[in-house]
Write a protein that binds this ligand. Sequence first.
Ligand code: FES
Length: 211
Amino acid sequence: MSAEEISFHTSPPRTVKVHARGEDFRIVQLVGNLLVCSRAHGNCCCGWTEKGRAPVNLDLYQQEWERRRIRNKVHLSFTGCLGPCAVGNNVLLQIFGRSIWFKDLNDDALIPPIFDYIETMLRAGRVIAPPTQLASHIYERYLPPPEEGYEALGTGTTEDGGGLERLDPVCLMDVDPATARWQSEYEGRTYYFCAPGCKKAFDREPTAYVS
Ligand code: FES
């Protein structure tokens, strides 16, 4: 495996400076986001056993995501209805600028392979073909962009990862050390937190948040 191939799995996060509500914020740039259609978040079909759908094991999604320590690369979101209810249970993976739609995820045994697939792409640094086990669960929901049609919309706002020491390692929010109310020491470094919940999670298992 080349150094380039492992860069997205091991490289430190990059940030973008964003101005909002009259303030500057530092936001971690992600490789992607895994969106899981969730009854608990107001959907109408996926996971509804009363409608003959298989349950959705949100805990397993959460456990797999945390276990692999990819939170600063790929976010996990539980959402309301993603749209294609007929083919649920549905999951949308956005990664390296592509949208990968999963349908018919009716077996817990399919959840770890989704995260295996994500980790494989993080190591490769690009979108690659899905493994056999998932291939029949993937379809193209969106039209492709026009040829040469991609235009970066946030040009001029990106910067290198300076200021990472200010990031709450749990939620990845920008925290000013001068005013931070919660902090912890770990391996000779001080970490700052936006809220007591983040500090508590960090103190419980620092290695889950420091890579
Ligand atoms: S309820 Fe899941 S896609 Fe509509």
